[in-house]
Design a protein around this ligand. Structure first.
Ligand code: GTP
Ligand code: MG
Length: 198
């Protein structure tokens, strides 16, 4: 059965564990620093302009957003981290919500972690990668904003990401540009196969 990506709907924003969806459909969880292009990657994946931009000013609304795709699986947009201007109470709220989601690895089918291909992953990125690895779910790492790199910078950058995040051979690292569409088909097929949908 082919998945119809056009059939995508926003389901809910969870601010607390009681709202987490537990209906048994596969959940593909996206995480990354604020402004890394998480929403843009989701939009590019679905070939939609403004789909995954549910309200929030950067770093402000700390929610887990669920998008249901063709009644077959969920894209789970986890709240971004590393936004400089958030207060300590907001950071604590982020930590609690993320800890609760990651405390239920049975909810997650596949992790997609998005990093900026221009920069060495931050300490926060390394922590996030470790949280994903600890779930035991397969992980895909997306190196976004590739269009900002010169051709000669791409390979070294991918190497730095792999080394800094200590990615094993089993982890797919996809050079990506949400802006240009680079890597879109590879990410889509990695997600569908990682979530057991193809
Ligand atoms: N050049 C370039 N810009 C990008 C790319 N992906 C995202 N951007 C830009 O990066 C900025 C942040 O993108 P978002 O998709 O809103 O990032 P986000 O991670 O969802 O941010 P928050 O939800 O606010 O944490 C926007 O100005 C995008 O246009 C890319 O591949 N290339
Ligand atoms: Mg966003």
């Amino acid at each position: 059965m082919a998945i119809n990506l056009q059939n995508a709907e926003f389901i809910l924003s969870a601010a607390a564990p009681k709202s987490f969806l537990r209906d048994g459909l596969p959940q593909v969880a996206f995480a990354g620093r604020s402004n890394v292009g998480k929403s843009s990657v989701i939009n590019r994946l679905l070939n939609r302009k403004n789909f995954a931009r549910v309200g929030a000013a950067p770093g402000k609304t700390i929610h887990i957003n669920y998008f249901k795709i063709d009644r077959a699986f969920y894209l789970v947009d986890l709240p971004g981290y590393g936004y400089a201007k958030v207060s300590k109470s907001e950071r604590d709220r982020w930590g609690k919500l993320m800890e609760s989601y990651f405390a239920h690895p049975e909810l997650m089918t596949l992790g997609v972690m998005i990093v900026d291909s221009r920069h060495k992953p931050t300490a926060d990125d390394c922590t996030m990668a470790q949280w994903f690895k600890d779930t035991g779910c397969p992980l895909i790492v997306v190196a976004n904003k590739l269009d900002k790199l010169k051709k000669s910078e791409i390979e070294p950058s991918l190497q730095t990401i792999r080394e800094t995040l200590e990615l094993g051979e089993e982890t797919t690292l996809i050079p990506f540009s949400a802006e240009k569409g680079t890597g879109r088909d590879e990410l889509l097929s990695s997600i569908l196969s990682g979530a057991g949908l193809i």
